[in-house]
Design a binder for this molecule. Structure first.
Ligand code: PLP
Length: 434
């Protein structure tokens, strides 16, 4: 039973006030709030268990190690990896991708090799590859985006050559909410014997993910976006790939034997986990995954889809509204209402689209001009409504849309229809102020 009333009781922060208004937290794409169960698990571990993991002979160390390693198993089960040695703990999606970019680059990339990314990537899935290309003299190729806000799969197929070494693509756009057909993206890459990294930062919190079903070679996500703590994330990699990659950072834990003459490296997954891991955070991540699993990822997906659809319908009734992505919900006279400054973006949000997720990016015009997203966001904040504004770490996508930024409302498992109404009402009030 999906009871929002009960769920919201688990998140004390949701009942606080901001500027004397009830908090309406719609910035879940940036980070999610934490249920009591997660925070209490962290407090409990620090109070009662804390000791460094692995190697310890004493009781506390063994207990902390057990919590840490059972968390790895919990992550494995959550994304249905084949083995827990395929689960690497990192600080988050960004570190997961940097790890892969470094180590994959060292092992497999040579001058003139090519890496494919997409137009709608977060900077985390662009810059590490650019840095690696710079180091290795390799080249970045970019999957273009259609005017529907979907990836152009025909163009994608054309990008492959015998120089292509890796495809890196986001599962869900953090700006448009587009759910990319990653299964198909993987299949196409595999036809060319090219492995694929999926950035799951925006999918894992919202839908069931099965890495074996997707058949992706690597998959990254962040704990804090899935109701877990900050500072912990995951890189999944197929064992046959991880085995062939050199370590990322050197230090304790990642070694088997060290001498000044020769150092040998640990087995998976420890080869990639130098130093003391954030074992309290890994345990709390497992508690967060338990929490969402108990609600059911399918149920969370359904709830957020309903909320997103409702929000799209309501937002589209606001005069001057442009929504980016989610095209099947757009009004047919949108293009006609666009002022010339927004003409390049008029097509976005127009035709029937792709499936999309719990993220809505928009701009509002008043008297033929966009209200600056920062102004809109700041005034909404004064009404207690937390949204994000700006380029959302996706500047190439903004360039493609022909805009400097948007306002983004992103939903989580605890958001309500009343909160969507508060957003819509808040936007109307802000429009009146201009
Ligand atoms: N990838 C996507 C699609 C994101 O939305 C984000 C964060 O917003 C990231 C990567 C980076 O995540 P983190 O900052 O947790 O490393």
């Amino acid at each position: 039973m999906y009871s929002l009333q009960d769920i919201r009781k688990d998140f004390p922060i949701l009942s606080r006030k901001v500027y004397n208004h009830p908090l309406v937290y719609l910035d879940n794409g940036a980070t999610t709030q934490k249920p009591k169960q997660v925070v209490e698990a962290m407090v409990d571990e620090y109070y009662n268990v804390n000791a460094n993991v692995h190697r310890g002979v004493h009781f506390l160390s063994q207990q902390a190690t057990e919590l840490h390693e059972s968390s790895r198993e919990a992550v494995r089960a959550f994304i249905n990896a084949r083995s827990s040695s395929e689960i690497l703990f990192t600080r988050g999606t960004t570190e997961s991708i940097n790890l892969l970019a470094f180590t994959f680059g060292e092992a497999f990339i040579h001058a003139d090799d090519e890496i494919i990314v997409s137009t709608m990537e977060h900077h985390s899935n662009i810059v590490p590859w650019q840095m690696m290309c710079q180091r290795k003299g390799a080249i970045l190729r970019v999957i273009p985006m259609t005017n529907l806000g979907t990836l152009d799969l025909d163009a994608y197929q054309q990008l492959f050559s015998d120089k292509t070494k890796l495809v890196c693509c986001t599962h869900v756009s953090n700006v448009l909410g587009t759910i990319n057909p990653v299964g198909q993206i993987v299949r196409i890459a595999h036809q060319h014997n090219v492995p694929v990294l999926i950035d799951g930062a925006q999918s894992v919190p919202h839908m069931p993910v099965d890495v074996q079903a997707l058949d992706c070679d690597f998959f990254a996500f962040s704990g804090h976006k899935v109701y877990g703590p900050t500072g912990v994330g995951v890189l999944y990699g197929k064992e046959n790939w991880l085995d062939r990659l050199p370590p990322y950072q050197g230090g304790g834990e990642m070694i088997q034997n060290v001498s000044f003459e020769k150092t040998t490296y640990n087995t998976l997954p420890y080869k990639f986990e130098a130093g003391t891991p954030d074992y309290v955070a890994t345990h709390a991540l497992a508690i967060a995954l338990d929490y969402v699993s108990a609600l059911g990822m399918e149920q969370i997906f359904q709830h957020e889809q309903q909320l997103t659809r409702y929000a799209l319908d309501q937002l589209q009734q606001i005069e001057g509204m442009t929504i980016f992505g989610h095209a099947s919900h757009s009004t047919s006279d949108l293009a006609a209402s666009m002022p010339s400054q927004g003409s390049t973006s008029a097509a976005f949000g127009h035709e029937t689209l792709c499936s999309s997720d719990a993220v809505i990016s928009f701009l509002v015009q008043k008297d033929g001009h966009y209200i600056h997203p920062l102004d809109l966001g700041t005034l909404l904040d004064r009404l207690g409504i937390a949204v994000r504004t700006g380029h959302h770490c996706a500047e190439p996508l903004m360039n493609r849309l022909g805009i400097p930024g948007t306002v983004r409302a992103s939903f989580g498992l605890y958001n309500t229809v009343d909160e969507v109404d508060a957003l819509v009402d808040g936007i109307r009030r802000v429009i009146q102020m201009f």
